[in-house]
Write a protein that binds this ligand. Structure first.
Ligand SMILES: Nc1ncnc2c1ncn2[C@@H]1O[C@H](COP(=O)(O)OP(=O)(O)O)[C@@H](O)[C@H]1O
Ligand SMILES: [Mg+2]
Length: 373
């Protein structure tokens, strides 16, 4: 099949901003990895998205956009359109140079038990505005078929790892709002799952206590003490012992940082240290659920900007080696966006996006909805 220039757009559960990445691919092999761009949300935009997530908790129908959700969807579409336009301008490209855009949208609700996953973002509006075909709504078909609807980038991770000379098994770890892992061995089928809170609980705790959106460089955590008993208590939750596949809503464990919870009595520093260690421990906990312990973890996502988290992770997964995606020549901040560019081309070609071992869907399943300009 012919190779396309595909743009991927990702706005993860951290709702920090829109990542844009260009790759060339036929949906199987990865060709050139192109430039990337990040368009952060401003404070007002974040506030709207935060309210949209709260409002979406009660949705019963995935296409319904009551109240604030319609405005939030318009914001998502608009900010992504701006991001693509800025990306094209920055790289001297025109719409006609791009074969397809993979538009993930903003997840505001993820509840596969109710067969419900909701990503805000109007694919038709984006396609018309950009004059480029857009593939969107990647997760819906999987969830409708009984899959977890997440994680979705494992098939891309596998294609990327094929290009590396790394000892198997390799785990590709993405630490976004939620942390997820793809396990890649010589022969075995693709295995993947969400692992637990990535940055989401740390971010929410910091916002509650200080108003800042995250624990910059892990400074609060660095000054605190880890409450190992609290971590052991939280890890006793059945989610962490469940074998893959499994997925998590970003707010699944939100009650742990609520006013009446264990962390409430802790100082800012001790709370941040404990939540950071929890993220690392939840990742390490998953090793026992895999066929073999990974020889290395290749780590992407905003979590790599938190050196305390990276240190705790290295300690807890040893003797496995921890490498950042950048260190193996990838773009750690843009890996998910590249993944959705890859998935868009796979969708155009009718190739599977999700697999029994990644989302628990009964058969390998394609997905995504094509909007033509
Ligand atoms: N300088 C930093 N220090 C600490 N954490 C950071 C820093 N930069 C980004 N992060 C973390 O990374 C998150 C964004 O990561 P990202 O991979 O974009 O997640 P998502 O895919 O959920 O949007 C932020 O919300 C924050 O928790
Ligand atoms: Mg992000």
């Amino acid at each position: 099949m012919a190779s396309l220039s595909a743009i991927g757009l990702m706005s993860g559960t951290s709702y920090d901003g829109v990542d844009v990445a260009l790759i060339n691919t036929d949906g199987e092999e990865i060709g050139r990895l192109g430039p990337t761009l990040y368009r952060p949300y401003d404070e007002d935009e974040r506030a709207v998205l935060r309210q949209a997530m709260a409002a979406a908790a009660n949705l019963a129908e995935r296409t319904a956009r009551p109240g604030l959700l319609a405005d939030a969807e318009a914001l998502v579409t608009q900010s992504h359109a701006e991001a693509v336009e800025a990306f094209l301008a920055a790289n001297g490209m025109a719409a006609g140079d791009i074969g397809v855009v993979g538009f993930h949208g903003q997840t505001v609700l993820h509840d596969p038990d109710r067969r419900l996953t909701v990503q805000l973002g109007d694919g038709n509006a984006l396609a018309s505005r950009l004059g480029i075909p857009v593939v969107y709504d990647f997760r819906a078909a999987d969830v409708a078929a009984g899959g977890q609807g997440a994680p979705f980038v494992p098939v891309f991770h596998r294609a990327m790892v094929r290009l590396l000379d790394e000892h198997r098994p390799v785990a590709v770890l993405n630490i976004g709002g939620v942390a997820n892992l793809t396990y890649i061995d010589e022969t075995a089928e693709l295995i993947a799952c969400d692992l637990g809170p990535g940055n989401a609980l740390i971010d929410d705790f910091m916002r509650l206590r200080t108003g800042s959106p995250h624990d910059s460089e892990g400074r609060a955590a660095a000054a605190g003490r880890v409450d190992e008993a609290a971590i052991a208590h939280i890890l006793a939750h059945p989610f962490f012992g469940k074998p893959p596949p499994k997925s998590l809503d970003r707010n699944a464990f939100h009650q742990w940082i609520a006013a009446d919870a264990k962390l409430a009595g802790k100082s800012l520093e001790d709370g941040a240290a404990t939540l950071t260690a929890l993220t690392a421990a939840a990742i390490a906990r998953a090793i026992a659920l895999l066929p073999r312990p990974p020889a290395s973890f290749i780590v992407a996502g905003g979590g790599i900007r938190n050196p305390v988290l990276m240190r705790m992770l290295a300690e807890r997964v040893a003797p496995a080696r921890v490498k950042t995606a950048d260190a193996v020549g990838w773009a750690a901040d843009s890996l998910e966006a590249q993944g959705f560019a890859y998935l868009a081309v796979r969708s155009l070609n009718g190739l599977p996006l999700s697999f029994p071992g990644t989302t628990g869907v009964p058969q390998p399943m394609t997905g995504g909805v094509l909007a033509r300009p």
